[in-house]
Design a protein around this ligand. Structure first.
Ligand SMILES: [Fe+2]
Length: 427
C-alpha cells in the first residue's frame, strides 16, 4: 500500500515537472512570460479630454509594477504594427484598498484623427499584451449611439456581465456607455470593483465608459460614508468640474450633444464637501450657459422626479431643476430606484405639452441583481415599468434633429421606445 502511494506521488511529481517543462517551452513562442497575463488587468477606456482627438487608457497592476507603457497606431498601419507605433509612458498612482495597495496606470493619447480606428497594446512585464482597438468619432457629426445602464450593484456581477455584453453585442456601433451610479454595492470594497471590471472586459477596453457616482460608491465595508475614491482613482473622466468634486462632476461634448454628470449624494458627502450643492449649482449654471450644442443631456443618480415610496429627493430637485429649466435641458437620466420610467415634459414643476417646452426625466432601471418592490408609476409619468423579471438597458441615438431612446430587457425584448423631434417640437 505504502509502495503504491509512493509510486503515485512519484508519478504526480513527474507529471507536474512535465507540465512545467511544456509551459516553459511555450514562453519563447508566446513572446512573454506566462505570468505576464496576470500583471495587467481592468483595462479601461474613458475620455479625460476631447473625444474627437484623444483617448484615455487606464489599467491596474500590483504595486510592484512601477511603470507602464502603451503603444498605438492607426489600424490602417496594422500590418506593419508595431514598427510604426508610438509609445507613451503612463502616469502611475498608488491606490490603497481593503485588499492591499495597487498601482493604477493611465495614459491619454493626444492628437488622434477623427473617424479613425486605432490599435493599442499595454506593456506586460518584458512583453506586450493583447492587441485591442478603439475608434474616434467621425468629423462629420452624422449621429451616434450610446448605451445607458441603470445601477449595476450586485451580489453576483455575472448578471452585470450579461447585461453589458448582450447590450454591446446587439449594438456594436455604439460610441460609448455610461452607468448612472451605484456601479458596485460597496464602493470601498475592492473585490466588487475587481468583479465589475472583469465583467466589463471586452467592452470597456473597446468603447469608453463615462459613468457617474451613486450613493453606494460612498460606502465602506463597515457601512460608513467615504468619498468615492476607488471610483475616481480608476475611472479617468474629465476634471473640469468643481474643484472639490473632481471626476465626480464633469461635462463633455460628443457630436451635437453636451453631456453633464452631476453628484446627488448630498447626505453621504456633506461631511467631506460641505458646499456640495452650492458649488455644483454655480458650476452647472456656468457650464450650461457656455455650451452652444443642439442637445443637452444631464445625468444624476438620484432622480428629481421619483417613483419609489418615500423616495423624494427634495434638496436635489430644489437645487438643480430651476437651472435645468433655464437652459432647457432635453433629457435627465437618473438611477437609484431600479425602475424604468419617463415623465411627461416638465417645466417649472408642471407637466407641459411638448419636449420643446420642458425636460423629460428618465429613471433607467437596473443592470445588476438588485430589485425593489416598493415602486410604482407617479402622476408625472407617461411610462413606467419595474424590471423585476430581468435587468435592462437603454440605447440612445442622436441624429440631427431627432433623439431616439429605446429601453430593452437584458435578453433583447423591447420595453419602451420614444423620441424627441426638434423639427416638430420646437416650432
Ligand atoms: Fe442608489
Amino acid at each position: 500500500m505504502l509502495h503504491k502511494k509512493k509510486l503515485f506521488q512519484s508519478i504526480g511529481i513527474s507529471f507536474t515537472a512535465i507540465v512545467l517543462l511544456i509551459a516553459s517551452s511555450l514562453v519563447p513562442f508566446l513572446g512573454q512570460p506566462l505570468s505576464a497575463a496576470a500583471e495587467v488587468d481592468h483595462v479601461t477606456l474613458t475620455w479625460e479630454s476631447d473625444p474627437k482627438t484623444t483617448q484615455t487608457i487606464t489599467w491596474r497592476t500590483e504595486e510592484t509594477e512601477l511603470s507602464g507603457q502603451v503603444r498605438y497606431a492607426q489600424s490602417e498601419f496594422t500590418k506593419s504594427f508595431p514598427y510604426n507605433a508610438q509609445t507613451l509612458d503612463a502616469t502611475v498612482e498608488r491606490v490603497a484598498t481593503n485588499l492591499g495597495n495597487m498601482n493604477i496606470h493611465s495614459v491619454t493619447l493626444m492628437g488622434l484623427k477623427p473617424g479613425k480606428r486605432y490599435v493599442y497594446q499595454i506593456r506586460e512585464g518584458s512583453g506586450w499584451g493583447e492587441i485591442r482597438n478603439f475608434s474616434t468619432p467621425s468629423a462629420k457629426n452624422d449621429g451616434f449611439k450610446f448605451l445607458v445602464f441603470g445601477d449595476s450593484q450586485s451580489i453576483n456581477y455575472d448578471v452585470w456581465r450579461t447585461t453589458l455584453q448582450q447590450a454591446f453585442k446587439a449594438n456594436q456601433d455604439v460610441s460609448f456607455f455610461t452607468n448612472v451610479g451605484d456601479l458596485v454595492d460597496v464602493g470601498q470594497d475592492y473585490a466588487q470593483w475587481d468583479a465589475w471590471f472583469k465583467a466589463s472586459q471586452g467592452v470597456i477596453d473597446r468603447i469608453p465608459a463615462m459613468p457617474l457616482t451613486g450613493n453606494h460608491e460612498n460606502y465602506t465595508p463597515e457601512r460608513r460614508f467615504s468619498q468615492p475614491v476607488l471610483f475616481t482613482a480608476q475611472l479617468k473622466v474629465p476634471v473640469n468640474g468643481p474643484e472639490s468634486l473632481r471626476r465626480q462632476v464633469y461635462s463633455f461634448d460628443y457630436g451635437d450633444v453636451h453631456f453633464v454628470m452631476l453628484d446627488s449624494q448630498i447626505g453621504e458627502q456633506v461631511q467631506f464637501v460641505p458646499q456640495i450643492l452650492e458649488s455644483q449649482k454655480n458650476w452647472l449654471e456656468q457650464d450650461l450657459a457656455a455650451t452652444n450644442k443642439k442637445w443637452k443631456i444631464v445625468f444624476l443618480h438620484r432622480p428629481p422626479y421619483h417613483n419609489k415610496v418615500g423616495g423624494a429627493n427634495s434638496s436635489v430637485k430644489r437645487a438643480f431643476v430651476p437651472i435645468l429649466d433655464k437652459y432647457h435641458v432635453d433629457v435627465v437620466f437618473s438611477g437609484h430606484e431600479h425602475d424604468y420610467a419617463r415623465t411627461y415634459p416638465i417645466y417649472n414643476d408642471q407637466v407641459v405639452g411638448s419636449p420643446g417646452k420642458g425636460t423629460i426625466y428618465v429613471t433607467t432601471g437596473r443592470s445588476g441583481t438588485k430589485t425593489y418592490n416598493d415602486t410604482a408609476a407617479s402622476e408625472w409619468n407617461s411610462f413606467f415599468y419595474n424590471p423585476l423579471d430581468e435587468p435592462n438597458y437603454l440605447v440612445v441615438e442622436i441624429k440631427n434633429q431627432i433623439l431616439h431612446v429605446k429601453a430593452y430587457k437584458q435578453s433583447g425584448a423591447l420595453i419602451d421606445a420614444w423620441s424627441i423631434d426638434k423639427n416638430m417640437e420646437f416650432k
